[in-house]
Design a protein. Structure first.
Length: 289
């Protein structure tokens, strides 16, 4: 791996329920802990504990346990994809114990290990400044790709909107390439076009880079099904747009399209076909029962 789990002269103590994950962390320079209690005991005060577990109950359970183990002046950082409202509440929960909480919206995916992560940090600014070397180490560059964006919850709110924008961009690329794929008379080499667009084009982006890689590996994408999941943040973004009265038609439609991708012979589409047949006598394709 391109990055070792070392931060200057400081040790990284790590805990995971998975033994192989702990072994890998040790191979990268970390010190393994057998439990959260062991992890806290190995850290020097003031402690900083970065939580990276699934959003929801796993995150809350972990933070509840840490709240009983840590001391005033310590800091908990949540780098998962928590709902920002939960992060606001967790900030209040820990603040009452004198423990700082930083919600760290983290973007970069599996490529972040090599290229660095974009980090959007919410919470107390003094705690952020104290732990800034962590963000500088993880970010793409020492002074770029990370920032303090506001109070508790702001980091995860910014990451939520970030993912909503991502939905829209991905959908636009998908639709554009599908149009070219359908224009069979030109025999477009989509991988070549994606590679061409990567340089000088006004729509170049990292997502386009990934598009070029995917099409080069599998030009017709025959190995994949048209099933697109969502992690929840697109839904939260759309809900916030409704609550705030801010139109977000592109993000909303891209989310709805993901829902449609998971359906086999969706009822709504079949009803559309039935209505066209009813009022206009248009031809329909019968299903094979």
């Amino acid at each position: 791996m391109a990055r070792r789990l070392l931060l200057g002269k400081h040790r990284i103590i790590t805990y995971d329920q998975s033994a192989p994950a702990l072994d890998e962390a040790q191979s990268l320079g970390a010190v393994a802990a057998s439990s959260l209690e062991d992890l806290v005991s190995k850290l020097e005060a003031p402690r900083a504990v970065w939580v990276m577990v699934p959003a929801g109950e796993p995150t809350q359970d972990t933070i509840d346990r840490l709240a009983s183990l840590l001391s005033p002046g310590d800091t908990v950082l949540d780098g998962g994809n928590a709902n920002y409202k939960e992060s606001v509440n967790r900030g209040k929960q820990l603040s009452e114990l004198g423990i700082d909480f930083l919600d760290v919206g983290t973007s970069g995916g599996v490529w972040g290990l090599a290229k660095g992560y974009c980090l959007m940090v919410g919470g107390d600014e003094a705690a952020y400044r104290r732990l800034e070397p962590i963000f500088q180490t993880l970010a793409p560059e020492r002074n770029r790709g990370y920032s303090h964006v506001g109070a508790s919850g702001a980091g995860h709110f910014a990451k939520m909107v970030h993912n909503g924008v991502e939905y829209g961009l991905m959908q636009a690329y998908a639709e554009g390439f599908e149009i070219m794929h359908a224009k069979e008379e030109f025999g477009f080499d989509l991988a070549k076009i994606a590679e061409t667009w990567r340089f000088g084009s006004v729509i170049r982006s990292w997502l386009l880079d990934l598009t070029a890689i995917a099409l080069k590996e599998d030009p017709q994408l025959d190995s994949l099904q048209a099933f697109v999941d969502d992690s929840g943040e697109g839904r939260w973004t759309v809900q916030e747009s409704v609550d705030l009265g801010v139109p977000a038609p592109i993000i909303t439609l891209s989310l709805q399209n993901r829902f449609r991708s998971r359906q086999d012979q969706p009822f709504g589409s079949r009803l559309l076909a039935a209505l066209r047949q009813q009022f206009g006598g248009h031809a329909v394709k019968k299903s094979e029962l």
